[in-house]
Structure formats: structure tokens, C-alpha cells
Write a protein that binds this ligand. Structure first.
Ligand SMILES: Cc1cc2nc3c(=O)[nH]c(=O)nc-3n(C[C@H](O)[C@H](O)[C@H](O)COP(=O)(O)OP(=O)(O)OC[C@H]3O[C@@H](n4cnc5c(N)ncnc54)[C@H](O)[C@@H]3O)c2cc1C
Length: 479
């Protein structure tokens, strides 16, 4: 498909100067995948600078039967925003913070603003927007809503779904739904915002969000603790959650190998604990009093040590140390990427099952692919592990590539055994359609298809993402 000169002229008229890109070198950055897999192709890139321009362009595409791919920061990991012959609708120019409302603890922001910009704005008003992830400098509010992003604060604050009060959405036919609200209670019918959160752009383009703010913590207690295995990490988590009465906001697990990769890749990173300890957990508590959190955590960890719940621990005694501890975790995805290609599995199981799952999955990988190295890390406090399988020496997938189906099948079977999810926080995009087809219940898929058809009857909004196409009907079914 190519765009006609008349269509392109209309785009230019609707979007204004700089609003439409057509030259291959201008389009290329909007077609790249963060993980560096095959790039996509776009008919053009539309950059609306206002909600009305966004609605006009989407309405025009609806009438002309042109497919669209909404895009924010393009940090998604499942090829949802990598175009596959559509028009990219980039929200980059729609990035204003419209209002901050400290009385209602709410902030209204346009979809193209980065998470970092929202965090900074909240902080300037002595508030916290608690979503936090390593891509926060680029990931956009629209993309975070569309993927129902998680990150390192979910344990205490929940996922993006729990942090959104309302949305503004341009529907596939170009109508605008203004659902921006600061209300905490509104039972007047279906909670429509939740339909668009996690829909990965398949039901409409989010143009703005009303977000929940929280009190800005005054003091943090941040520690790295070493444990022998994930069972030990879960025991420590249970202890800390109980002892702090739920004040623990983050609990991240990293294997010693992961920390070594970070220290190799970033010479200014250094582990305060011996890498001879197999697992490190990064934990944080926070409170509204101006001091004492570090001391509180130190005393809890020394009690935990006396009960044999950890091997060693280091407490951050300054903000610089806290940032250095967090850098070990935040630099892990980049360091792992630099180490080599990997078969990625963003899985979750109940926290109580995570150690059993991990041990069994490790054993299955060793059986199927003895040349492989598992690098699993992530949000242990949420039961979410990024269970990545690389070659032991790093580099390209090599001999692991032909074993992908078997390795992934074995891991996801174990996830299913524990009633877990094959996609904990990254979504489905174009990458996990086979898993959706094979592992999601047919009833759930029917409901999703019904929603998709109701909202996007022409199937133009991010086609080929999230919902696998139905298999072709057999002749007897069509006659
Ligand atoms: C280093 C790194 C660390 C990460 N860590 C985490 C993590 O801890 N937790 C986590 O959940 N994710 C993580 N991610 C994944 C990613 O950052 C999130 O999925 C993020 O929400 C994507 O935001 P984005 O603006 O880049 O969206 P994009 O990549 O541009 O798009 C993602 C999806 O949302 C759709 N979309 C984008 N904008 C809109 C819109 N305005 N309206 C409708 N649909 C839209 C796209 O079509 C696509 O399907 C990480 C990624 C990287 C690179």
C-alpha cells in the first residue's frame, strides 16, 4: 500500500508544518525496535501537535481505510509500536503537562510526555508519581498506559492501571472520548478507561491521562542483601513485608552474574557485596518522616541476619549510595543486552511458587540446551521474573536459536503449571501472538475479539497486535 498524493496533501493540511514525515531517513527512527530486531516499515509518520489534529487525522484514516500504529517512546519490548506497513501516529509533540492539582492529588498530562517529566513535575509539587522503570527517560505516558506498565514500585503502588484516574482517547473513527477526571469514586457504568489500559493501542489512541499522585516520601531506606537462592529471597521478602507493615516499596532480585555484567559494562558500578553470594536483592522502604528510614531498615536486616534470613547486607547511607544501588538494577537490562542475544520470558507466578518454578525451569533449560546460560532477574516482590536464556559465552543466539521453541515451551509450561502468566508486564504486541493463541483461554480471546470489533470494526487500529487472527474457517463451517 502507498499513500496517494491527495492523501499526503490532506495529511499536511491537517497536521501543519513538521507534522508529517515521508522521507525514508526521517521515518527510519520511528521504525526501529529497541531490541534491535528487524526494523519495521511505515507509510509515513504523523506527528499531531493537538488533540483535535490527532482526532482529525484518525478520522481521515478511518474514512480512507488506512491502518495506524500509535507510538510513544518506542521502548516497548514486544514489537507493538514497530510499524508493519501502517501510518505511525507519534504522540511526541503532544507532551504538555496540562495541570497539577495537589488538593485532589492528581495531574493531567498529554500522552507524549515522558515518565521522567511527570516524576519531576510531581516532585516539584512535593508529590510522588510512583511508577518507575529503567526506560523512564523515554517511555511516554500514552505508551505506559497502553502497555499497563509495571516496574519497580508495583509491590506498594500497583501497575499503571492502578495509577490512572481517567483518560482522553481518540477512538478509531476519530471521535474523542473525554474521560479525564480526578474522581476516586465513579460507579456510573463501566470503567471505560480500563478497556484502553493494556490494550496496546489496538482500541484507540490515548491522548492524555489523569494520574494519581502520592505524598513525596521524605526518607528512604535502601539496602542490598545477599541470599543463597530465590527461596531465601522470598523468605526475606515475607519477613520485611511483615516487619515494616507493608512499607516496603521495592524488592528486586538480581543474580551475581547479572551484577557482574553491570560492573563489566559500567566501570563506575561496583557491588558492595561479594559476588560469591549467588543472589542479591535490592529493597527499599520509605516514609513521610524526614529521617530514620535507613536506620530502621538496618535494624530490621540485622534481626533478619540473626534469624539466618540473609548472608550479608549493605545499607545506603547517602542519596549517592542509594542511586548507586539502584543503578545496579536499572543498568541490568542494558548490560544483559550488551552481553548477547537472549530468549526472553517476562513471566509471573504466585510469589509462593517462584523459587520452585525457577529451580524447575533452570533444570529444564539445562536438559534441553546445555550450552545456555539463564540470566533471570526482576520484580520478585510481584512474582515477576525476566527469565532470559542466552549462550553461556554471550554473543549471538547461535546453537540456541533452533532450540527456541523447545526452551520457551518448557518454561511456559512450568509457568502454566503454577497458574502464572506468560506476559507479566511487557504485553503481547506482535511478538507473543503464538503464545496468546496457544495459552490464553478461548473464552478470553472471544471476549477480546468482541471488544475489538465493537470499537474498531474496520480493524485499522494497530492491526495484528495483541489478538491472534482466527484460523481460516473449514469449508464445512462456511457452507
Ligand atoms: C531498558 C528498559 C526497561 C524496561 N523496563 C520495564 C519495566 O520494568 N516494566 C515494564 O512494564 N516495562 C518495561 N519496559 C518496557 C517499556 O518501557 C514499556 O512497555 C513502556 O510502557 C512503553 O512506553 P513507550 O512510550 O515507549 O511505548 P511504545 O513502545 O511507543 O508503545 C508500546 C505500545 O503502546 C502503544 N502505544 C504507545 N503510545 C500509545 C498511545 N498514546 N495510545 C495508544 N497506544 C499507544 C503502541 O502502539 C505499542 O503497542 C522496559 C523497556 C526498556 C527498554
Amino acid at each position: 500500500m502507498i499513500l496517494s498524493p491527495t492523501q499526503l496533501e490532506r495529511f499536511g493540511a491537517l497536521l501543519g508544518p513538521g507534522g508529517v514525515l515521508t522521507a525514508p531517513e526521517e521515518i527510519a527512527p520511528f521504525c526501529a525496535d529497541w531490541r534491535g530486531r528487524a526494523g519495521g516499515q511505515a507509510l509515513c509518520v504523523a506527528l499531531p501537535a493537538s488533540v483535535s489534529a490527532c482526532a482529525e487525522i484518525i478520522g481521515f484514516c478511518y474514512r480512507e481505510n488506512l491502518p495506524l500504529c500509535p507510538q510513544g517512546g518506542a521502548t516497548g519490548l514486544v514489537l507493538g509500536a514497530v510499524p508493519d506497513g501502517e501510518i505511525v501516529v507519534s504522540l511526541k509533540r503532544l507532551n504538555r503537562i496540562r495541570s497539577v492539582d495537589p488538593v485532589n492529588d492528581a495531574l493531567i498530562v498529554e500522552a507524549g510526555a515522558t515518565l521522567a517529566a511527570v516524576q519531576e513535575c510531581a516532585k516539584a509539587h512535593d508529590r510522588l508519581f510512583p511508577l518507575s522503570l529503567a526506560s523512564e527517560g523515554s517511555a511516554s505516558i500514552g505508551g505506559l498506559c497502553a502497555t499497563n506498565a509495571g516496574g519497580v514500585g508495583v509491590l506498594h503502588y500497583g501497575m499503571m492501571r492502578n495509577l490512572v484516574l481517567g483518560l482522553e482517547v481518540v477512538l478509531p473513527d476519530g471521535r474523542i472520548w473525554d474521560g479525564l477526571t480526578a474522581l476516586r469514586k465513579d460507579n456510573s457504568g463501566y470503567d471505560l478507561k480500563q478497556v484502553f489500559i493494556g490494550a496496546e493501542g489496538s482500541l484507540g489512541v490515548i491522548t492524555a491521562a489523569s494520574l494519581k499522585l502520592f505524598p513525596q516520601p521524605k526518607a528512604f531506606g535502601t539496602a542490598l542483601a545477599a541470599v543463597n537462592d530465590l527461596a531465601g529471597a522470598v523468605a526475606l521478602l515475607t519477613y520485611i513485608k511483615g516487619a515494616t507493615r507493608g512499607a516496603v516499596t521495592a524488592f528486586e532480585a538480581m543474580p551475581a552474574l547479572g551484577i557482574k555484567l553491570v560492573c563489566d559494562q559500567f566501570p563506575d558500578s561496583r557491588s558492595p557485596l561479594s559476588l560469591a553470594h549467588p543472589w542479591h536483592v535490592l529493597m527499599e522502604i520509605s516514609h513521610g518522616r524526614s529521617a530514620g528510614a535507613a536506620e530502621e531498615l538496618e535494624s530490621l536486616l540485622s534481626e533478619a541476619a540473626s534469624e539466618g534470613l540473609l548472608l550479608d547486607a549493605a545499607i545506603a547511607m547517602s542519596e549517592a549510595q542509594r542511586q548507586a544501588f539502584w543503578a545496579l538494577r536499572e543498568r541490568l537490562p542494558l548490560s544483559e543486552k550488551a552481553f548477547g542475544a537472549a530468549l526472553k520470558h517476562d513471566i509471573s507466578v504466585p510469589i509462593s511458587a517462584i523459587a520452585e518454578f525457577y529451580d524447575a525451569a533452570l533444570a529444564r533449560v539445562a536438559q534441553i540446551a546445555p550450552m545456555a546460560q539463564v540470566i533471570a532477574f526482576g520484580h520478585l516482590g510481584d512474582g515477576n521474573l525476566h527469565f532470559n536464556v542466552a549462550m553461556a559465552q554471550g554473543g549471538p543466539l547461535g546453537a540456541l536459536a533452533p532450540l527456541e521453541g523447545e526452551v520457551t515451551g518448557a518454561i511456559l509450561d512450568l509457568v502454566a503449571l503454577h497458574r502464572g502468566s506468560f506476559s507479566a508486564e511487557h504485553g503481547i504486541g506482535r511478538q507473543k501472538l503464538d503464545d496468546m493463541r496457544a495459552r490464553k483461554s478461548p473464552v478470553a480471546l472471544d471476549l477480546m475479539r468482541a471488544l475489538k470489533t465493537a470499537l474498531d470494526p474496520k480493524g485499522l487500529m494497530n492491526p495484528g497486535r495483541v489478538i491472534p487472527p482466527l484460523p481460516p474457517a473449514k469449508e464445512s463451517e462456511t457452507s
